[in-house]
Design a protein around this ligand. Sequence first.
Ligand code: MN
Length: 757
Amino acid sequence: MSTETSYTTPQEEEMIEAAFKEVLDGYLRSNHRKKVEIIERAYRFAKEAHQGIRRRSGEPYILHPIAVAKIASQEIGLGSTSICAALLHDVVEDTDYTVEDIEQHFGPKIAQLVSGLTKISGGIFGDKASVQAENFRRLLLTMSEDIRVVLIKMADRLHNMRTLGSMAPNKQYKIAGETLYIYAPLAHRLGLFAIKTELEDLSFKYEHPKAYEEITAKIAESEARRSKIYKDFSAPITEKLREMGLKFEAKARMKSVYSIWRKMDTKHIPFEEVYDLYAMRIIFDCDDPAKEKSICWNIYSTITDLYKLHPDRTRDWISNPKANGYQALHLTVMGPDGNWVEVQIRSRRMDEIAEKGFAAHWKYKTGESDEESELNMWLQTIKDILENPEPNAIDFLDTLKLNLFAQEIVVFTPKGELITLPVNSTVLDVAFELHSHIGCHCIAGKVNHKLVPLSHVLKSGDQVEVLTSQSQTPHPEWMEFLATAKGRTRLRAALRKEQVPVMAKGKEIFEAFIAENHVDATNEIVTALLGAYRVDNREQLFIKLGSGEAELDDYAVKLVKRVSRKALKAKSPGTLKKISRFFSFNTSKEKESAAPAATQIQSAAPIDTKSTYILKQDDNGSNFHFASCCSPIPGDEVLGFIDDNGEVEVHAMNCPRALALKASFGPRILSTAWHVTSGKFLARIRIEGIDRFGILQELTSLISSHLGIDIRRLDIEAHDEVFTCDLDVKVEEASVVTDLCNKVKKIDGVKIATRIK
Ligand code: MN
């Protein structure tokens, strides 16, 4: 961090001495054994080592380690060993001194801490941070051999965040993101609430300066009104507590800027609708820890005598302290203005623990036992928490969702690399960012361990894993959800490369087909085929054919024959038009109408509309085709309709178009029965449910492996806790889909599983 070398001025010397004196004074006021001599030595040593070096802000470098030592001592509560290590923490990293030098001067303990701090400064915690989540917990456990390393690092980070304004803007963003992603959750886990809140607010301030300003301004604006409400609310309580003879302190505890913003963001509400802007905190003095609990409950009952209690929001963290050591009694009551207010009741001891974490426990130990052994006791406690927190360390990290207003977002790969992307970037952008090859074979992603489609839009702080498959090929539609220039360029190049041989192959297939069926590739025929295959131009058709996505099947044969027939007939006057007019207007003579219609249709055997028409399909072909409006599949309730070419078109019974046909073309409607022995048909299933870890994997594995059903498309959208999944499957008949839906519904969390048209 050093940028410039120059001698310090006498004024600066004074400033440095004053800053150090504050560290020393704070230490002397603490309950620690007084080891002033070694602290002073560490200070002189560090000052000499950093002599002439300045921070980016221009101030002498030594002010930074002094500030870190002050935080370690006064805000975290650490003792002389840690203060020395904090003063020396950048010496090995930034100067010619080695760990051995430190050991020689200050002994093995301090040297070990400085060595740990030096190691992590270039590694996972450093500027070149590779934030490898899987390795994160392992690293913490190594660190917690001496947790003081992590705590001093926390102090270092806090000071860097407090002075972040003098950093280059691009660095600011990265450091802020990392702080929010790693340090704030870690501070929370260690019980360092004050530090956690400050880290969050500072990160937020640099990541979203506008939102930060706005919220800060609104807090200031509403100050007068809020303090009146608070006064009205608290006055009756404090009066009663005084009557009880308690010695206490009551204060309005303002929600942090960051947590207000998070609430606004997650609940989609304006500032004005965040009602729990403040909580009332009551901190009482009590010499006897054994009495704390009953005092808390006495205060509780006093408050609930005054105000209506919210039945579900009492939290007893006294009988069951949180894993990080937090103790307090929380309750929520209805304030005089009709809004719910949280009241937190704590003893002085509990308050210190809440603010400083486990370091405070140590302060409250009585007796003159050795500093190191006391320290070891609470280090062990923290180590226990770290060793057995939750299933994995990633839980630390994936709880954070940052905001969307920023121009850039930062996401993490599973390997811990940070990737900066423009807003609205998707999983696919990350894939292409990593490698062209990964982009081209991307099938989906996992964002914070949840399966998402590759079009999923990312947020800052997301951990993103790209899933690939060798069978995947790049698609032109992907262009629509790529936000990075790199992604677009890479996709375009891949498509071009991919499509040249495919198109050539498709063209060959097409030409062979035309020759085989003895038709000409007229505009009419091509247009009909483009329509049938839902593509806009020949190139797209060739790609579909060449890639095997579509084939020129029996239906295509019939189609081109029909079109060429039509073209022929158009030359000899008055056949088809006559037929359709006949059917449209002569509905009263149903009995007569069917017969002549049938006879007039060329090359098709007359269809008996009075008996049930058997819909046949086997390996030799079929005697019907599906209507595209309602896309029924075998097994569905359907009706047949004799189309203008005398062929049977099959509609779902409830298809609106079929109803219209029934009304106007009664004589051409057939009742039908299924006899389909070959082929598979596309059906779409909509699944909705409550998102939980692993549900989507369970779903897809049930469908594809257990039931052996062919999944053609999978679209997943997850919003907050709800997901919607559209699934295209290929099946023999409708009952398979019904069966599938029933099985899917049994998955825990799935609310709806139904076939949609
Ligand atoms: Mn530092």
